[in-house]
Design a protein around this ligand. Structure first.
Ligand SMILES: Cc1ncc(COP(=O)(O)O)c(C=O)c1O
Length: 462
């Protein structure tokens, strides 16, 4: 150890006391803020301090609490959460029913024996069968979206006996090595190439490209195990495909014997106005991946789900794919409560209604500031606002942050700002958000796009 155990005990004791406190003193607040910034610099990653808008001012914002549709920082500044953890907080922050389920489970048993049968893993798997489309029936639970994608890709290889994949440009499926093969961003992939060498990326949204990739692969004997796609590309900039895209891709997969993996990690659990985004097009994938909002904004959990024919490969050897913490009772009860709340509060319907209203208001603003905001697109409460450059998008995101509204958008990735609030957002909160967006649009528009009248200086003849 680099530090004496006595000192470590002192520090852990102090931290544990802070965790247990309802109110911090001013001195404690500045201690936590200073420690957080210093430890990010020395033990997490100093790059993050350069990059995040929450530390880009003289005021460092350290998160401390959340509830409903907002986050609160350690000094009590409230942020209306339009970022929603990129699709985690569909039922809101710390929904009482999710928290209650997790607390009750924690009071009885936290993690699983790894030998006895687990009741809530079983009940959750059955519920996921109930809410997913078509013949999707079996689920494996992991801890993240990327893990779900890894499992889905392995299962597709196992079932088809093939090794290649077709994915889309601008896709995001996670950053573990398998998922990264399907992810499209060069900056994330290049240092690790060749990853899975036979993963071909074609432009998103036009099924002709999928067809030609499947046909060419077929011709050269490089058969495709699966086509993997997001129903709406999130990280790629809220790219909504035309309505015939997924039905056509489904047919093509069937024709060429490839599986269709639909990655609903971000779009799932009501976000786009249906329980799953593919429900908009009545398409049933062979494998679906879930994550983010599945744990009710309280516990991390991911899943891949498939029909019985595909899953049968895992019957004789269930441990071909496994993970220690996946499907743990705390995560499973959170997901069960999440499904309950999503249905009870009719959140998919709410996402559709509130999303349409929000997009109409944003389009109204776009018409007033056409040079600043070049597009508004989305489905339900998965909305993208597009700006001419990353720099201008960042000014908007930063301006909103200063006005207490949290949206996506970092220094190098803000050309399209994603809006993914809790699906529980109220009309009043939405109006508050629109008012802030209008104010910031006005400020940034005036700075970049309003022509200032040239001051005419009178020149007197000599
Ligand atoms: C569509 C999609 N798939 C997979 C992932 C990876 O999920 P995680 O970050 O939980 O590994 C993400 C994360 O943003 C995602 O949006």
């Amino acid at each position: 150890m680099k530090v004496s155990s006595q000192d470590i005990l002192k520090e852990t004791q102090k931290t544990l006391e802070l965790i247990g406190k309802a109110e911090l003193t001013a001195e404690e607040k500045s201690w936590v803020t200073e420690q957080t910034a210093a430890h990010y610099a020395n033990h997490v990653n100093p790059g993050i301090l350069e990059y995040r808008k929450s530390v880009s001012t003289e005021y460092i914002s350290v998160e401390w609490a959340d509830g409903g549709d907002h986050f609160t920082d350690i000094n009590g500044k409230r942020y209306l959460d339009l970022l929603g953890g990129y699709g985690i907080f569909n039922v809101g922050h710390r929904h009482p029913k999710v928290v209650e389920a997790v607390k009750n489970q924690l009071n009885r048993q936290a993690l699983h024996s790894q030998e006895l049968l687990e009741p809530f893993r079983a009940i959750l798997a059955k519920l996921i069968h109930d809410i997913t489309p078509g013949d999707l029936q079996f689920s494996f639970f992991g801890n993240s979206g990327a893990e779900a994608v890894e499992g889905a890709m392995k299962l597709a290889m196992l079932h088809t006996g093939r090794k290649s994949f077709v994915a889309a440009t601008s896709a995001f499926h996670g950053k573990t090595l398998g998922a990264l093969s399907a992810t499209a961003k060069a900056k994330f992939r290049q240092p690790f190439l060749p990853i899975l060498p036979d993963c071909y990326h074609v432009p998103y949204g036009d099924a002709d490209y999928i067809e030609s990739a499947l046909r060419s692969a077929d011709e050269v004997g490089n058969d495709i195990a699966a086509v993997i796609l997001e129903p709406i590309q999130g990280e790629g900039g809220i790219n909504v495909p035309p309505d015939d895209y997924f039905p056509r891709v489904r047919d093509l997969c069937d024709r060429y014997g490839a599986l269709l993996i639909v990655d609903e990690v971000q779009t799932g659990m009501g976000r786009t106005g249906r329980m799953f985004c593919v429900d908009h097009w009545n398409v049933v994938p062979d494998i679906m991946t879930l994550g983010k909002a599945l744990g009710g904004g309280v516990m991390p959990i991911g899943a891949f789900v498939s029909n019985k024919t595909v899953w049968e490969q895992l019957f004789p050897e269930p441990w071909l794919h496994s993970t220690t913490f996946g499907g743990n009772p705390l995560a499973c009860v959170a997901a069960i409560a999440n499904i309950h709340v999503t249905l009870e509060e009719k959140l998919p319907e709410r996402a559709e209604k509130m999303g349409n209203e929000m997009m109409a208001k944003l389009r109204g603003l776009r018409r007033r500031f056409p040079k600043l905001c070049t597009d508004i697109r989305g489905k339900g409460l998965m909305i993208g606002m597009e700006f001419p450059t990353d720099a201008i998008g960042y000014e908007i995101a930063k301006g909103l942050f200063d006005h207490g509204v949290l949206v996506a958008g970092t220094l190098f990735n803000a050309k399209t700002i994603r809006i993914e609030p809790p699906l529980t957002i109220t009309a009043q909160e939405m109006n508050q958000a629109i008012d802030a967006i209008e104010k910031v649009f006005k400020e940034v528009n005036a700075k970049h796009f309003e022509t200032r009248r040239a001051t005419v200086r009178k020149v007197t003849a000599p």
